[in-house]
Design a protein around this ligand. Structure first.
Ligand code: FES
Length: 293
């Protein structure tokens, strides 16, 4: 069985949920909403965790190379310390994301986090050994840490590439849409300031859209939330930080009606917005051409 197959099996094991769920609730309770939004990367319009992990991973990998060259070992020690310090914000961002994911992602995420804790302990031990002049032990510990951190990184990659954790679920849904103009019906049929379900023509299956009318203006988005595909057409309109937003009914992510950018997490990706034009009192919408396959 491939490594990916093994990880899929692990994601199905529910035995540890009794431990994982209290940990998840604790993360949700401890982190204030504003801090969580910073950690999700909502302000950046991109998940923050993959941005932050570059520092510990890059530092530790570089330290591994420098440790192989004796005169460079003091620089390796400095890089290991940098990686240990940088792992703290990276772990906090990962924990914030993890606490708002589906069960399979949470199970693998718990394994990913546990391995990272082991790697961090090995690197902390390596720094201690180096400070006491026990260089050989320090190098053994840091190379062990690098092995564990690499295994953990491959699990993180599986969570992103296979389980679509951190990916925009709206962008995935958008790919099934036609890029031709679609007729969504007469403007008079759209209620004022209320998310309304419309159906877009897809290549194969229909794709849900959500439309919000404000007077003669209609904003149309892909109906599946960028975070985890929640039904935005069952959401609500709310003003967040001075922006009128479409709010998801599942985890309360808020997307700016003007441009789809997230104004409140857990979503960090923008919601896919369609071009709209009026034709003889009817609303027409089409997907931006960048999604064409
Ligand atoms: S599905 Fe989570 S906020 Fe929409």
């Amino acid at each position: 069985m491939s490594l990916m197959g093994i990880l899929d099996r692990v994601a199905d094991v529910s035995s540890f949920d009794g431990v994982i769920e209290p940990a998840r609730r604790a993360v949700q309770k401890v982190l204030p909403p504003a801090v969580k939004d910073v950690l999700h990367g909502t302000w950046l319009g991109h998940p923050l965790h993959p941005v932050l992990v570059h520092v510990p991973v890059g530092s530790w990998l570089s330290a591994g190379v420098l440790d192989a060259v004796p005169p460079m070992r003091p620089a390796a020690t400095l890089l290991i310390g940098t990686g240990v310090a940088a792992s703290v914000p990276a772990a906090l961002a990962g924990a914030a994301d993890w606490s708002e994911q589906e069960s399979g992602v949470r199970r693998l995420g718990a394994l990913h986090a546990s391995l990272n804790v082991v790697a961090l302990g090995l690197y902390a031990g390596s720094l201690t050994a180096r400070a006491r002049g026990r260089g050989a032990l320090g190098r053994a510990l840091s190379y062990s840490g690098l092995g564990i951190a690499s295994l953990s990184a491959s699990i993180g990659g599986h969570m992103s590439y296979t389980q679509a954790s951190g990916a925009s679920h709206a962008a995935m849904a958008a790919r099934a849409l036609s890029t031709d103009w679609m007729d969504l019906g007469p403007l008079d049929d759209f209620p004022e300031r209320r998310p309304t379900l419309r159906t877009g023509n897809g290549s194969g299956a229909d794709v849900p859209l959500v439309a919000v009318r404000r007077g003669t203006r209609v904003d149309v988005f892909v109906g599946n939330c960028a975070h985890l595909s929640g039904p935005l057409y069952e959401g609500r309109i709310e003003e967040i930080h001075g922006h009128l937003c479409l709010v998801c009914p599942w985890h309360d992510s808020a997307f700016d009606l003007e441009n789809g950018e997230p104004r409140r997490g857990p979503a960090a990706n923008a919601q896919e917005k369609l071009e709209v034009r009026m034709e003889a009192g009817r609303v027409r919408a089409r997907l931006h051409a960048r999604h064409q396959v």
